[in-house]
Design a protein around this ligand. Sequence first.
Ligand code: ZN
Length: 196
Amino acid sequence: MEIKQIFESYERRKHEAFDTWMHCPKCGARCALLPSGRSKRLRCPQCGFVLYRNPSPGVVALIVRDDMILLGKRAQNVYKGEKWCLPGGFVEFEEDFLSAAHREIREETGLSIKILSILSVVSNFFSPELHTLVVVLLAEKISGALQPGDDMVELEWFPLSGPFSLMAFEADEHIIARYQQTKLAGAPVDPQFAFP
Ligand SMILES: [Zn+2]
């Protein structure tokens, strides 16, 4: 099966990836968009602050049980609301990505997990305002009872072969299909962080 790790929801080369955040977060002066290397960056003419923009880092987990996987239905008021996805979320600044996965899965599903491996890493270009870089983990439940929380309103085990409810993210659909078809083992995970 084809391996895919870059997902584009819009034609990113036609857009300049800058929004309206134009004031310096340090001194409040109005920033200017200036050339910097191969791209342009917002720079403060008063104090010299440079705004580096990066994709937001996230983690998702393919939680498997026999030939089933756990999917969650997204709340109505979040991005891609009412569609289904792998549970996960954003990595906080002070957090490593594996601890972020344990925290997000506990918040969204009520489960404690063992992280088995790193299945993939994907770039998502959702819109000019939202780019993410997501580590896809393979995991299994070790304890807890299903309890949707945070951005999830419903949780359900689906057969790996589908059919699935309407999915929010192409990257999730791709990794589920690849896992199902090729029984991906993934890269080993740091054993110190495999358990919560
Ligand atoms: Zn400034």
